[in-house]
Each structure stands twice: as C-alpha cells, then as structure tokens.
Design a protein. Sequence first.
Length: 301
Amino acid sequence: MTLQGPSVHTAERIARPNCGVGETPVWEPDAGRVTWVDAAGAKLYRMTYPAARMEQFDLPVRVGALALKACGGFIASTERGFVTLDIGDGEILLGAGNGPALGSGWRMNDGACDRQGRFWSGSMAPDTSAPGAFGTLFSIGRGGVVLERGGQFRTQNGLAWSPDGRVMYVSDSNPLNPRVLVQDFDPTTGNFKNSRLFADQATLGGRPDGAAVDTDGCYWIAASDGGKIVRMTPRGRIDAEIHVDVPNPTNICFIGPDLKTAFITSLKAEGVGLGGDVYVVDLPFQGMPEPIYDPNMSDEP
C-alpha cells in the first residue's frame, strides 16, 4: 500500500505590518481578534477577524512571546524576564518583571502555556553562535513563581503540548542545531524527561520555528527558510503542509469561531527582503483553544 503525500494548502496574505520578526500570534476569542508582536521592532499588533482591522502599539521592551492571562491581558517573555502586559487607553501597560535574572544582552524567546496554566519560555544569549551560548527553559506558575526547568537551546522555539498535556514539544531554530525534541511531560509537576529527536531540518524542509497543536494531537511547525508550515502526526509523519509566498514563516495559531483558520506570521531575513506579512488559510483541521496563564494554579511545587 502506497502512502499518499501530504495535503497542500496555500495561505493568503491578509495584512502587511512589515514586521522584522513577526511572532507569537494569539487568538482572543471573546474579542474576535488575533494579537502578535514584532520581536525585532518592539511593536505589538492586533487585528479583528475576519474584518482585518489592524492596530499597532509601541512596546517598551522587546517581547519574544505572549499568552493570554486569566484575569485579562497577557503574560509575556521579554528581555526583562516574564512580565504582564495590558493595553489601556491605547497604550501598553507593562507590569514588573518576575525573573529569571538574565545576563547582559540575554532575553527570553519563544513561549507558550502548558495545559495546566504555566507559561514557559527559553533564555537566549546575545550571540547564539558563540561557544557554550545555550539557554534553558523556565516556567512561571502559581503566585508568579519562576522555576528553571532545564534543556539546552541556542534559539529555543516551538513550544507546544499534546491535548492531554502529557507530551511536550520544543524546537531549536538555530542554524547550528536545528531540530525538534519531544519529551514525556508530568502535568502535575511540570517536569519532563525522556527527551528524544522528533524531527530535524532535513525532515521539515526548513529550520523549525514556532508551533501549535490541533485537536488530533498533530504538531504544526513553521519550517523557516522553507516557505511552509508542516503538520506532523504524533508518530512523526508529515501529512499536511501550508505554503506561503515568502521564505520565512515564523509561527502559527488557530483563529475564528471554529478554530479552523490558521494565522501565520513571518520575518524578513536579516531585516530586509520579502517577509514580515501575516497570512490566513481555512483548513479541514481544528486547532486547540489558546491555553491561559493562571497565576492561581494550585499544583506548582
């Protein structure tokens, strides 16, 4: 029996925010809008969908990732560690940082919430190609407690969890070490173990970047330099692809009332050329609701 190749879907440009590094799109179902950042340009964007009305805000710090906060607003990973972020009267309101303590030039990069409401992100060195320039994963949970979780990454990306919260995915998008890892995850403690290779650059056709998981438990990962997003089954088979007309898609989230529309960010390679736009495509697959950061979660050690 011959296996069929992956189904191919083509995303259409919906807006031109001209981001240097568009990242971490988050769907806000109650507001009917998607919010994302330009991690290079210290900008935040939000856009209603499907009307595509877009707003832009200046950020006082560089933000690597956002997640919804249970009491409204966002939790963010930044060059100051974890901070809260709200939009009030047309301006960004930034809360105090909660750590971790970062060295000079270091910052937090990609981030996401696990199914229990902890927010995770990885630290990143100012020169990710330097010998020994490895960051590690941190989480923030009950009462704003920050814990170092482990792992070594030059450019951490691709955080996502299986629907039951027992499998954790994380990628390294650095050209020196491009790969996706999968590990067993304990939802109660937030500890992970048994880390193993899930995909490499050759498998994906590009460097692994941001990611999301759908209701089938499949992992959607941006293949940067490859102009596509790929869907990987839990067994590691690619069964669907989304193509964009620029080389460097960066991240994906599912939006719309049925979570069957993919929203995709992109970057400009070296800050120039094609990229920095955002895209949408309707799919026959359904995404998971955005996990929400809950500082009152009861199971952090």
